[in-house]
Design a protein around this ligand. Structure first.
Ligand code: BES
Ligand code: MN
Ligand code: ZN
Length: 512
């Protein structure tokens, strides 16, 4: 991955391919953001005027490239838009810095080294700029040939290589707080980018067994305890939900438990991820046009995986258990049929009315398993419903919970790390829509409020008295549109940063 360092050298003398400066939208045209004073002076203080002549406004995500002033070792200056300039006595928001750094890093694909001269007021700013740069530089090219094996002598890359090195100017490399902020940014971004890789991996390569094997490798590397239940162990344990969803697939399901423990931990946070490595809908098959991106249906499990590993890398004083509920939802002669009744791990029976409502079935078993350890809180993450996308769009995840204060705390934690989310209710009256004449509950209810219905279903599989929240990331998990800020096309790593923040808050005793 892209390397990240702090530098105190003078901008002019730095050997790099480009120097990144910030430009904001002022009342009377673009203004150069702090951090780029030396660069501006080298243009005789006319950088803002030059940028305006070039058509730059300072709008968020705007990238303008211009030749570096004479005397600079780097050949190019890249001005990146920060959006509206802050009011007097205010500073740039963390998210505007993160996004600008991400846009700049992406625009610099193909370059080796860039120096970022963006506004850094404190250690936290260095952290978010670093995070934005490392996330923005991400590209998924595992399956691009890049000249490795092509016949016919093709040797050029199919795409540009990601920016290899980022040096942040204006920080204090020897200051403890700055060092910690950079270290945190690197850990979060590396694991989040690994989650993106998993989401982008094609489903013929990432099946439940392959995902579980990757978790085992990571567990070894980071000193985590890992337990994998295969189809035999799942049958023995009575995990009817996970088995029922995986029944139609040639690739058997898995339940992975990843445990990070700290000797001084006072709290235990459980994270549960939906890990449908491919969601065809099963016998209730999705029509063409609805299944092309369904490799992303394991984004919740990828986020949980990344968050547990990040907690371990940061050595947080909290116990975090990650549960990955892995299955492939396929139609076949052995698949679960609409009308089948499953006996879940909790002992409840579920009438499957629609095999495409599979996420809640695997999550129900994992939620009950997580509940057996009686953690201080459980948070599940899932690409659960199209209804949540209709409600909140493609950039915002919904938060439901059995505790209002916990839901608010998660909303605030998400906001703090730059993830858009919104609190959603769990209206009790929607429960009766899931009444089944045959079983304890059906896996489908009223169409209206489908995201909330799914949340109400999950709630029934949370142990008595346990604080629980559900994040429906169906919208933001996979970006089908153009990249923006530090968000690439494809897998985004949605919810990773919120989960890491929740682990930090739990460690600090500020949550649950
Ligand atoms: N994985 C889908 C939800 C989804 C849709 C995620 C689009 C990302 C993008 C989920 O398993 C599903 O199919 N849900 C159904 C539930 C319905 C049958 C009750 C839905 O939302 O249509
Ligand atoms: Mn489905
Ligand atoms: Zn699904």
């Amino acid at each position: 991955m892209t390397a990240l360092t702090l530098s105190t050298a003078a901008a002019a003398g730095l050997r790099a391919d480009a120097i990144v400066v910030g430009v904001a939208k002022g009342a009377e045209g673009p203004v150069v953001a702090p951090g780029a004073e030396a660069v501006d002076q080298a243009y005789d203080g006319r950088l803002a005027a030059v940028l305006e002549t070039l058509g730059a406004s300072g709008a968020e995500g705007e990238v303008t490239k211009l030749p570096a002033p004479s005397g600079f070792k780097a050949p190019v200056v890249v001005a990146v838009g920060l959006g509206a300039a802050p009011e007097k006595d205010e500073t740039y928001t963390a998210e505007s810095l993160r996004r600008a750094a991400g846009s700049a890093a992406r625009a610099l694909a193909g370059s080796k080294k860039a120096v970022f001269a963006l506004p850094i007021a404190d250690a936290a700013d260095a952290g978010v700029i670093g995070e934005g740069a490392l996330l923005g530089a991400y590209s998924f090219d595992t399956y691009k040939d890049n000249g490795r094996n092509a016949k016919g002598g093709r040797s050029a890359r199919n795409g540009k290589a990601p920016l290899a090195e980022v040096a942040l100017l204006g920080g204090k490399p020897r200051d403890k707080a700055y060092k910690a902020a950079v270290e945190r940014a690197v850990a979060v971004a590396e694991e989040l980018n690994r989650a993106r890789d998993l989401i982008n991996m094609p489903p013929n390569d990432l099946n439940p067994a392959a995902f579980a094997a990757l978790a085992q490798t990571a567990a070894k590397e980071h000193g985590l305890k890992v337990q994998v239940l295969d189809e035999k162990a799942l049958a023995k344990g009575g995990y009817g939900g996970i088995l029922g969803v995986g029944a139609g697939s040639a690739s058997a399901p898995r339940l992975v438990k990843l445990s990070y423990t700290h000797p001084k931990a006072g709290k235990h946070l459980a994270l549960v991820g939906k890990g449908i490595t491919y969601d065809s809908g099963g016998i209730s098959l999705k029509p063409a046009g609805h299944n092309e991106t369904m490799k992303c249906d394991m984004s919740g499990a990828a986020a949980v995986f990344a968050a547990v590993v990040t907690a371990a890398r940061l050595g947080l004083e909290v116990n975090v258990t990650g549960w990955l509920a892995l299955a492939e939802n396929m139609p076949s002669g052995s698949a679960t049929r609409p009308g089948d009744v499953l006996r879940m791990y909790s002992g409840k029976t579920v009438e499957v009315l629609n095999t495409d409502a599979e996420g809640r079935l695997v999550l129900a078993d994992a939620l009950w398993a997580a509940s057996e350890e009686n953690p201080d809180a459980i948070v599940d993450v899932a690409t659960l419903t199209g209804a949540m996308m209709l409600a909140l769009g493609s950039r915002t995840f919904g938060i439901m919970a059995n505790d209002d204060a916990f839901r608010t705390a998660i909303h605030e934690a998400a906001e703090e790390v730059g993830e858009e989310s919104w609190p959603m209710p769990l209206p009790e009256h929607l429960r009766k829509g899931m009444d089944s004449p045959t079983a304890d509950i059906a896996n489908m209810g009223e169409r209206m409020g489908g995201g909330l219905v799914a949340g109400l279903f999950l709630k029934e599989f949370v142990g008595e008295g346990i604080t629980w929240a559900h994040l429906d990331i169906a919208g933001p998990a996979f970006n089908e549109q153009a990249p923006f800020g530090y968000t690439p096309k494809g897998g985004t790593g949605s919810a990773v940063r919120t989960l890491v923040r929740l682990a930090e808050l739990t460690a600090a005793g500020d949550l649950g």
